[in-house]
Design a binder for this molecule. Sequence first.
Ligand code: NAP
Length: 281
Amino acid sequence: MKQLGIIGYQLSHSISPEFQQAALDHHKINAEFHRWEIKEDELNSFFETIQDADFVGASVTIPYKEKCVDLVDKVSDSANLIGAVNCIVNTNNQLVGHNTDGSGFIRALKTKHGFNLKKKKVLLIGAGGAAKAISHSLIKENIKEITIANRTVSRGDELAQKLKSITTKVNSIKLERQSLIKPLKDVDLIVNTTSIGMKNSLHPEHSPIPIDLIPNNAIVNDIVYNPIETPLIKAAKMRNASTIGGLDMLVYQGVEAFELWTGRRAPETIMYDAAREALGL
Ligand code: NAP
């Protein structure tokens, strides 16, 4: 039997095994999708055990996305630019690291929601791992400009600087009311990539941006998926803005991974339904 799985630590809440197994079963692929909970000091030896013909590939999550860049045999150009691997594919006994977070985010926006990114103004809140992946994919979409708003300005500046080697359409501001007023005036897409609003985070009840500044003609995409309706999503609905929740990115990064592992078209609806069921929705 072929073997796949998700590699991470504290994985009990991960729903990837449920929706990936549903996709494998749909295509009648004789494979098992595992939850590989690995301690940091066991990561290197774990990589030795997966160098085997039955190993098809893996998703990678917190806290190993950056570490995996050095543990695979080869890294895709986009994973290399982002500096993180969230998907490993066994290609002729070579482990190849990819990053499907950004491409999955874009695919959900374009194919599930029919959103055209061309010439759009984007406010990206946060400058961590998810923001890096999403921003690298956004700038390939011919957007008009991207403003990065982060609590720690130096991290936002650092990401903006990296992106400036590819595009001039990027700037960095502090995540605070005064600095947000101008970019929010005519923004088309707002993306929250911070953990603000996430269950069990320090600020589960907060919106990362002031509610009264959300324009009603913007699309608000919160990549936090637990809870499904975050304070930002609730606030955006109150302002009559369109909303997209974090489950879409989660499923679509998995859709992209499934297609890399199997070469088959991922059954998107089946994966989405399995993800919702795993969350008890
Ligand atoms: P990360 O690398 O640790 O980055 C965290 C970001 O959140 C940083 O920009 C950080 O700002 C900001 N932040 C954290 N607490 C804050 C606070 N109290 N006030 C203001 N800013 C704060 O994390 P990540 O991997 O990018 O993940 C971020 C979130 O996205 C998590 O909730 C994660 O579950 C979610 N996520 C969802 C998906 C999906 O598929 N839907 C995929 C990946 C991640 P500083 O730089 O100032 O610290």
